[in-house]
Design a protein around this ligand. Structure first.
Ligand SMILES: [Zn+2]
Length: 225
């Protein structure tokens, strides 16, 4: 049996927003709805649901609460937010065609699909190579990476990181199962690579360009004086 509670819509709480992945203040959009006598094991009393909104990203979240009995402690209120298991979002500054498979790889990893995560991380890496000027016609990822390092598009250090991501991706696609630890490392390396190429290097260039512009303006002004 489902009962709409009569309490006014004033419910607020804090929790990790599944979308922001940060502690946020959350406010109710609806009154609570209760499911009485749920058959889920260990639950005492009704399960109460509300739809909340994250006050930061404004996304909707399903909130569930119920009580359980803990021996030697008594009643304990349990709170859950859904969707759960969402991965950390990939930075918006990373181009979409790389960001999407990278996010997909994180999503696979959060759901323990490690071989799939390794393969999709490799796909994101290959798209990164093409974005930096590697040939689409060249089907071997190792040759694309070699081309980039030889033409100064990536450093030797980035090449080594990328090769590790590629190797884990190859393992994910072939006969043996890949280890979750290796996939976690590969995703960290891909994060490091994309952060360096699409965020830090452009940011450093921006600072240098601005400083150069200021210097130039100063020189022009002193020349005019
Ligand atoms: Zn949020």
């Amino acid at each position: 049996m489902t009962i709409w509670t009569s309490e006014p819509d004033q419910f607020h709480t804090t929790g990790i927003c599944p979308w922001c992945r940060e502690a946020r203040s959350l406010s109710a959009l609806t009154r609570a709805v209760e499911i009485e006598n749920p058959k889920r094991l260990g639950i005492h009393g009704p399960i109460r649901y509300r739809i909340l909104r994250c006050n930061s990203c404004l996304s909707g979240i399903l909130y569930e609460e119920y009580e359980i009995f803990v021996i030697g402690y008594g009643k304990s209120l349990q709170k859950h937010l859904y969707p759960s298991n969402l991965p950390v979002p990939v930075d918006e500054r990373i181009p979409e065609d790389i960001r999407n498979p990278f996010y997909e790889a994180r999503l696979c990893f959060e759901h323990h699909a490690h071989n799939a995560a390794a393969c999709v991380a490799r796909k994101a890496l290959q798209r990164l190579c093409i974005k930096l000027g590697a040939s689409k016609e060249e089907r071997w990822l190792s040759k694309q990476l070699k081309h980039l390092v030889e033409n100064g598009k990536i450093t030797r250090e980035s090449f080594d990181l990328a090769m590790a991501v590629k190797i884990v991706g190859d393992e994910g696609a072939h006969l043996e199962d890949v280890s979750p630890e290796d996939v976690q490392e590969a995703l960290d390396l891909l994060d490091h690579l994309t952060d360096r190429i699409f965020i830090r290097i452009p940011k450093a260039k921006e600072i240098t360009d601005r400083a150069q512009q200021r210097r130039q303006e100063k020189e022009e002004n002193s020349g005019n004086a």
